[in-house]
Design a protein around this ligand. Structure first.
Ligand code: AHR
Length: 511
């Protein structure tokens, strides 16, 4: 049996894990909103048409913040279409997804849903067909107390109090030729800077020369970085955009989807290498941010919002006709193999928490999502639901640096570690969470040495393993779930246990 040793010390931390690292994303795409979170007439729907069964699973998942309304959809969306009396709302062509948008669900419905779900809204403004005026006016609609035509419109629409939305994405994937209104880095950088400026002004943010600051809660602005690291403008796009916007923004976004490609020469190894590749991608953007920071002679630190990440295996051709409302699109059914890679991606996000302040699992319901619904029927948890739920629930506080003698294997990205881990220490909750993927074909005896955490007692130990192709479905919703394992014996901060081949494990210790 293989042996690997992992050591960690409570004093050697990477940084604070922001709860927003466990955020998600809902786009007007396929059945994410309609028939996903919103389905008037569904047996579990409330008076607002929000599905109760879906809300329950979202609560179980533990998502703190949700990005909305897109995605590619955003770049053709006029937010004014989605407010006011429903019967008067226009029906539009959605050119991003070749669907029909009824606008039955819009900003006010999203805010109401967030409140019920206890979720922080993360809004996005259209930089494709939208102007900086549209962006500023949406901020006014959401955040201005009243007394102007636009803010009084919100009050007339039923929301007397402002929503006080703090997190705003300035556009979506504007580097992509697939984007409605795609721009060059220069064009987008300038437009995003001006949008940021007027959005802040609409929010009442004013800093006078004498240092007086008006407005108590500044916006957290996210400028669109690269859509992926294979696009030819990466990382130049990020440098140029940041040079235009650095003083105005708080986060640079990045997106990345990984896929299992059975036609590649080393399909499994390449897929299992995703977590290490994600680490490199984050590293390049970190360096780009540092470069611009140095060039601009500023002490301000911009962080990363990894606001779209997931596994997305684009295999099935579109089954639905064009221009359907709420078509079945991107309804990937995840395998155990996907869950295994997914857990590794989460480990990478935790280990990058000093630079990644927000991460959004894309998406939340039906569309490349951990939760699937049947129209008028039930729900089930996909395989990816479990690593998300358990890691988000346990990996809190600070990420701790790990030292490992794991061996590695070759992938199309270079090499990847066979044992992929993340350790989080929550001093307040007195817990240490250890997430471990074994990407090897052999079982591995893992020796874990946790120093400086005080007297640690094992509290829980779950494991996922099985057939790589196994998946959950409506017919068999519990085919792939984690199972509990007996707690290992711990002596003086050291313990050892066996990780089965191709498995993900999560151990929680208490001090
Ligand atoms: O999440 C699906 C799509 O992926 C989003 O609309 C877009 O931003 C990305 O390309």
């Amino acid at each position: 049996m293989k042996k690997t040793k992992i050591t960690a010390d409570a004093r050697l931390t990477i940084g604070e894990i922001s709860p927003n690292l466990y955020s998600s994303f809902l786009e007007h795409l396929g059945r994410a909103v309609y028939e996903g979170i919103y389905e008037p007439g569904h047996p579990t729907a409330d008076e607002d048409g929000f599905r109760g069964d879906v809300l329950e699973l979202i609560r179980e998942l533990g998502v703190p913040m949700v990005r909305y309304p897109g995605g590619n959809f955003l770049s053709g969306y006029d937010w004014r279409d989605g407010i006011g009396p429903k019967e008067a709302r226009p029906t539009r062509l959605d050119l991003a997804w070749f669907s029909t948008e009824t606008n039955a669900f819009g900003t006010d419905e999203f805010m109401k849903w967030c409140k019920k779900a206890n979720i922080t809204p993360m809004m996005a403004v259209n930089m494709g067909t939208g102007s900086i005026k549209d962006a500023a006016e949406l901020v006014e609609y959401c955040n201005h107390a009243g007394g102007t035509t636009i803010s009084d419109l919100r009050r007339a629409n039923g929301a007397e109090e402002p929503y006080n939305v703090r997190y705003w994405c300035i556009g979506n994937e504007m580097d992509g030729p697939w984007q409605i209104g795609h721009l060059t880095a220069e064009e987008y950088g300038k437009k995003a800077r001006e949008a940021a400026k007027v959005m802040r002004w609409a929010n009442g943010e004013l800093k006078e020369d004498n240092g007086t600051v008006w407005g108590s809660a500044p916006l957290k602005l996210i400028v669109s970085g690269s859509s992926n690291h294979e696009i030819e403008t990466f990382p130049e796009w990020d440098r140029v955009v940041l040079e235009h916007t650095y003083p105005q923004v708080d986060y640079l976004s990045m997106h990345r989807y990984y896929m299992y490609d059975p036609s590649s020469p080393r399909p499994l190894e390449d897929f299992l290498g995703s977590a290490d590749d994600m680490k490199e991608y984050i590293g390049t953007l970190r360096a780009t941010i540092e470069y611009v920071r140095a060039k601009l002679r500023t002490r301000k630190r911009v962080r990363i919002s990894f606001d779209e990440w997931n596994i997305w295996t684009v295999t099935a051709p579109r089954r639905e006709p064009l221009w359907k409302s709420a078509p079945h699109l991107l309804e990937d059914v995840y395998t155990f193999r996907d869950a295994l890679v997914f857990a590794g991606l989460m480990n990478t996000l935790i280990n990058s928490c000093d630079i990644v302040g927000i991460a959004c699992l894309a998406q939340l319901v039906n569309v490349i999502a951990p939760i699937m619904t049947e129209t008028g029927g039930g729900v089930y948890r996909q395989t990816s639901f479990y690593p998300f739920k358990y890691i988000a629930g346990a990996a809190r506080g600070k990420a701790v640096r790990t030292f490992s003698d794991s061996d590695s294997f070759a992938t199309k990205y270079g090499t990847a570690r066979t044992i992929n881990e993340a350790i989080a220490y929550d001093e307040e909750a007195h817990t240490v969470a250890v997430s471990l993927c074994n990407y090897g074909e052999e079982a591995c005896e893992l020796s874990l040495e946790l120093n400086g955490f005080g007297e640690l007692v094992p509290e829980s130990y779950i494991e996922m393993t099985g057939e790589l192709d196994a998946r959950n479905t409506f017919e068999d919703p519990n085919a792939v779930t984690p199972h509990r394992r007996d707690l290992p014996i711990m002596e003086g901060g050291a313990t050892s246990f066996v990780l089965p081949p191709m498995s993900w494990s999560l151990l929680v210790f208490r001090n």
